[in-house]
Design a protein around this ligand. Sequence first.
Ligand code: CP
Length: 306
Amino acid sequence: MRHLMSPLDFTVEELDQILTLAGEIEKNPGKYAHTCEGKKLATCFYEPSTRTRLSFEAAMMNLGGNVIGFSSAASSSAAKGESVADTIRMISCYADICAMRHPKEGAPLVASLHSSIPVINAGDGGHQHPTQTITDLLTIRSLKGRLDNLTIGLCGDLKFGRTVHSLIHALSRYENVKFVLISPEELRVPGYIREEVLEAKHMEYKEVVRLEEVMPELDLLYMTRVQKERFFNEEDYVRMKDFYILDKKKMKLASQDMLVLHPLPRVNEISVEVDDDPRAVYFKQVQYGVYARMALILTLLEIEVD
Ligand code: CP
């Protein structure tokens, strides 16, 4: 039995197989429509979500399985003081696989240690979000045709943005990937990511504050929102929240084939006027999230389809 806590839990070859399976599911969804009949997914979300929870649920339903779960700590017995360890023991009696989101870093890992079913980290605090990363990799591979030889701009809240942390980990394993880290001074990527990933793996990267100056050199721009829920005071959030706003004027500085991704939700950091630009692929990314999670569920449940 395997869990998924970090994108590095899979080898590059295993990730490649998941992405290939996701691509096959996209082309031929009917072939997979009954593969999880009789199986149940539990979505245990202690923190708000639209995409991750609902795309997991849609993924399981698309595979013919069923879904149970809760969408907030307040609507579960966590509100009465039940621990994550005890909760997953219960869930193991009800379901075959669990996707868990929690505001505390490491909570899904604690759950996995007490679980008899596969546990998927669906986002733990400001730490990791591996299923968003599989979604991002699928989007990039499908639309760019490769995961290597890319210059990737990561823009916004690089301190608290767990999607960014997971994506840097995952992409650090591909050849000739360069990162341009675009953030205000206060929201730079955490020291441990810089030291343990970027520097330990001798990755080419630079840190800049101004988005405009690096737009022409990017193959991909990964925008992120400022993570309001992780700030200790409202004043700092208000000062940071509109630091970057991608608009048509800035898009003119980019190459004609630079793609704009965003894990969503968006607040103000991408103007709606950019949505019609063919390079803006963040809504396509959402659809890839369903295929990615279908492939992941099949992989963790060890269900093979001829
Ligand atoms: N991308 C993402 O994690 O979105 P949700 O918070 O809506 O799940």
